[in-house]
Design a protein around this ligand. Sequence first.
Ligand code: AMP
Ligand code: GLY
Length: 424
Amino acid sequence: MNILILGSGGRESAFAWKLSQSPKCGQLFIAPGNAGTGQYGTNLNVKVNDFEGIKQAVLINKVDLVLVGPEEPLVKGIHDFFLADEQLKDVPVIGPQREGAQLEGSKDFSKQFMVRNNIPAAASKTFTRDTMQEGFEYLATIGLPIVLKADGLAAGKGVLICLTVVEAQQELIEMLTDAKFGEASSKVVVEQFLQGIELSVFVLSDGNNYKILPSAKDYKRIGEGDTGLNTGGMGSVSPVPFASEEFLQKVEQRIIIPTINGLKQEGIPYKGFIFIGLMNCGGDPYMIEYNCRMGDPETESVIMRIESDLVDLLQGVAEGNLDEKELIISGKVAATVVMVAGGYPGEYLKDKTITGIENVRDSQVFHAGTYLDGENIKTSGGRVLAITSLQDNLFDALQQATADASRIYYDGMYFRKDIGFDLL
Ligand code: AMP
Ligand code: GLY
């Protein structure tokens, strides 16, 4: 079957690498892709939110299945667009319809969903401009620190952790009345702070059955020792050493099963990945957030540990027989080190030539913000490359990924050398 992946990051590179290995994979297309995805398939010059352009690409290239990488086209309804189109309605899309994507697209929707389905999460209330006064009163009652979340998509920047009530009041005013995050902060979820260690669990569902994929932990801060500004993700490891069998059982019973059942009972169709962002609070899992897609750079580590044919699993999602498919997970450990552009996550350098990829010894080099300029590979994005190594144990995986990252060079190059070492 011919497959189209939408997206251009490290996550989509990892998907392309994996799907291209399947005997079931015919032609593979990536839109728009990057310099790396071109090694596994054909890049198409179409943007992920250009639904008409995607339609033409699907028809011209006889695409049989579409895998959506990022959240934006899902929240904007790409799956619904396919279902409503006479020529596209039989082409399966992996990724939920608009309503299911609200689990990520609206923090208020997702919190209400958790409450309705008795899924453990931090106490919270949602406020708008009209209820700001009640918001101030609530801020004074929930303890410190206070978490404020813009309701809508805010490119990963819409969560603020405030250390004082006064700071939280100021931020609430800025979000609600000064549109700090634009339309996304016209509603704000005010939430209790959860103390614990974060991790992510990934689920693939056909709307009825589910498979639990490997768990992962990502590292969001730019600086070593988890300091400095938040980024899209500087590295990841899978599995997560502190996520014991017992803990993961609790995640399945208390979170995954109620989520799948809740979607079914509420009549929300869901074919795709569910990213469950969790806090491990003294051995008990609490929801932080849902995402309606896989994580980046978690996917790079997770994919390396999936031994089964991913095309077969995605077919199971499309056909609604995921329960008949086999998911085999490697017992090895994967670690990913993300190499970023100088200046990132602020204003960053671009168009720098990347050298040394051929010197990498025992890691996969997944491209993110790269493009081909003649023979040269150049940087185009903040996150440039994700270096992932699969080894027998965490220490070896971390060492190998870090050593291989050092073999690559471009002007302004930076990566964290401490990813995962806190878990050893
Ligand atoms: P999100 O954009 O929802 O992924 O949130 C960004 C980050 O904020 C999360 O990855 C957590 O580190 C942190 N966070 C969100 N909600 C809470 C909470 N209730 N308690 C503690 N930390 C949180
Ligand atoms: N790594 C976090 C995310 O993909 O949202």
